[in-house]
Write a protein that binds this ligand. Structure first.
Ligand code: SF4
Length: 156
């Protein structure tokens, strides 16, 4: 598993219960190659609940992840997203729908974490190799839902 410091506290996440339920298929997590192997799956499936899609690994009653010890990088990175930008670059963005992001956008804490992601985490040789080899993980999202933080995380 790629190491990654946590941004949102577990207490906040457990009280929010906004994650792991998606308004459409775009937002479900996608798997890196080593995650496919670890989970013996090609994709994370969802099931319909009302108008939403629920991750197959979500235990609804407790709002817990059934595979927490090996949940995908995209889940651990959230509310930050690996995005394909207009220029087809590999960017980093924050999802503005997350209440934690809404409360802390542009705070020192937020900016410190973005600096950590872009200057340390994304520059780690192991992380860099995986992200460069599997650029499909960078996807296009509706621009109005994002704050683009870095146009190209592979550039210094
Ligand atoms: S894999 Fe776990 S953390 Fe990721 S969306 Fe599903 S339930 Fe949530």
């Amino acid at each position: 598993m790629l190491s990654l410091k946590q941004f949102v506290s577990s207490e906040f996440c457990l009280n929010c219960r906004g994650c792991c339920i998606f308004k459409n298929d775009l937002w479900r997590p996608h798997l890196l190659d080593h995650e496919k192997q670890a989970l013996a799956k090609n994709d994370v499936q969802t099931r319909k609940k009302g108008e939403s899609l629920v991750c197959e690994f979500l235990i609804m009653e407790k709002h817990e992840c059934r595979i927490y010890d090996k949940h995908p990088l995209e889940c651990r990175l959230y509310p930050f997203l690996l995005v394909s930008t207009d220029n087809n670059a590999c960017g980093l963005a924050a999802h503005l729908a997350c209440p934690y992001v809404q409360n802390r956008l542009d705070s020192d804490e937020f900016n410190r974490y973005v600096a950590y992601l872009t200057n340390e985490w994304a520059k780690d040789a192991g992380v860099l190799k995986i992200l460069k080899e599997q650029k499909r993980i960078f996807r296009s999202y509706p621009k109005e839902e994002l704050k683009l933080l870095k146009e190209d995380i592979f550039k210094s």
